[in-house]
Design a protein around this ligand. Structure first.
Ligand SMILES: [Zn+2]
Length: 329
C-alpha cells in the first residue's frame, strides 16, 4: 500500500473524471494544517510561518503540542530501530529538528511547551489563523497510545485542552492527534468535547469515525497529501525541483496538507515558500480546516461512517491511523 493510494481513497467517486464539474470540489484547494511538535519548532518555526503566510494572504490552522517536549526520547530509536536510523540519515533529521530538540527528555530536562511558548501561540491566533490542540506529550502519545488505558487517554487530552484554555481564554474547537495516532478509544474520548472537528487520520474524505460501540458525532477531516518530512525521504524525489513538481501535481481537488513548524518553519522554509508559490500560481485556494468542516456539515447526511485502522506510509516510521484502509489493500 502507498500513501498515494490511501490519499486517493476519498476521491474515488470523482477520480475517473479527474475533477467534479461543479461545486467546491471542482476548484483546487489546500487546507494547510500546521503541526507544532516541539519547543524549538514552536518558538522559531511559528513566527517564520506567520511571515510566510502573511506575505501571501494565506490562513492556516495551527495545532499546538502543549505539554512536555520529550523529543530526545525519539533519538533513542536511532539505536533500537533500523528503519528509524535510515530515515534519520536520509532526511538529515538533526539539521531538520536541531540538536537541542533531539536531547529533550533524555540528556536535557523536558521543557513545557505551552508554558514557554504561550506568547508565540497567541500571536498565531492574533494573525487570524485558526488554532487547536495537538496533544500534550507528543512522543509519549504516538509511542504508547495503543497500550494506554482509556483514563490515561482522557488525562492526556484533558491536560492539553486545559492548557489551551489557559493560554487562549476559550476552549479549543478542534484537535489533531500527535503523529496521526488515533483509535476508536481516542476518537471516542475526543468526541465527548464539543469540537467542530478532529484531524487525526491520513487519507480520504471527511467522515464520522466509528467508536467502540457507536458512530461518533465529531467530524474527522483527514490529511490527504504526503508530508514534506515524508517526501524528503522518498528516493524518487531528490532535490527541491522534484519536491516542488511533486506537490504541484498532487493537488487534484480539495486537499489537506500537514506541515511541521520544525521542518517548513525552519530549514525547509524556502522550499515550502516555493511550493506555496507554485500553488498560488495555479490558482489554488487556501480554506481553513474549520471552513471545510462547516462546508461538509451542511450536508451531514452525505458524510460516511468509517472504521479507523492502522497503516504505514512511505517515508514515515511507525503506523498512522486511516479511515480509508480498504482502498490501500
Ligand atoms: Zn505532530
Amino acid at each position: 500500500m502507498t500513501a498515494r493510494r490511501v490519499a486517493a481513497a476519498g476521491e474515488r467517486r470523482v477520480e475517473d473524471g479527474a475533477e467534479q464539474s461543479e461545486g467546491p470540489a471542482s476548484k483546487k484547494r489546500v487546507a494547510l494544517k500546521v503541526d507544532c511538535d516541539t519547543l524549538e519548532g514552536t518558538l522559531e518555526g511559528v513566527p517564520r510561518l506567520l511571515e510566510i503566510f502573511a506575505a501571501r494572504g494565506i490562513r492556516a490552522t495551527f495545532y499546538f503540542t502543549l505539554g512536555p517536549d520529550r523529543s530526545g526520547v525519539a533519538v533513542r530509536r536511532v539505536f533500537t530501530q533500523r528503519g528509524f536510523l535510515a530515515k534519520m540519515i536520509r532526511s538529515r533529521a538533526p539539521s531538520l529538528y536541531g540538536w537541542k530538540t533531539m536531547l529533550y527528555g533524555t540528556l536535557l530536562p523536558a521543557p513545557m511547551i505551552g508554558a514557554r511558548a504561550a506568547e508565540v501561540l497567541r500571536a498565531a491566533a492574533r494573525a487570524g489563523h485558526d488554532t487547536g490542540v495537538h496533544g500534550w506529550d507528543h512522543v509519549g502519545w504516538h509511542d504508547r497510545l495503543r497500550s494506554m488505558p482509556r483514563e490515561e487517554i482522557a488525562r492526556e487530552y484533558g491536560a492539553a485542552h486545559a492548557e489551551y484554555l489557559r493560554i487562549f481564554g476559550v476552549p479549543a474547537r478542534s484537535s489533531a492527534a500527535p503523529g496521526w495516532a488515533a483509535d476508536a478509544r481516542s476518537l471516542e474520548v475526543e468526541s465527548e468535547r464539543s469540537l467542530l472537528h478532529t484531524s487525526d487520520t491520513r487519507g480520504g474524505a471527511p467522515f464520522f469515525p466509528r467508536g467502540e460501540e457507536r458512530t461518533l458525532p465529531t467530524l474527522e477531516i483527514p490529511t490527504t497529501l504526503p508530508t514534506l518530512d515524508e517526501t524528503l525521504a522518498w528516493p524518487s524525489l531528490l532535490g527541491d525541483a522534484a519536491q516542488r513538481a511533486h506537490y504541484r501535481g498532487a493537488v487534484r481537488g480539495t486537499e489537506v496538507h500537514t506541515v511541521h513548524t520544525e521542518v517548513e518553519g525552519r530549514s525547509k522554509a524556502a522550499l515550502f515558500e516555493g511550493i506555496l508559490d507554485d500553488w498560488r500560481a495555479d490558482g489554488v485556494g487556501f480554506p481553513t480546516l474549520a471552513d471545510l468542516a462547516r462546508e461538509a456539515l451542511e450536508h451531514r447526511e452525505r458524510i460516511p461512517a468509517r472504521t479507523v485502522a492502522w497503516t504505514r506510509l512511505p517515508g514515515r516510521a511507525g503506523e498512522v491511523a486511516t479511515g480509508w484502509l480498504e482502498a490501500a489493500a
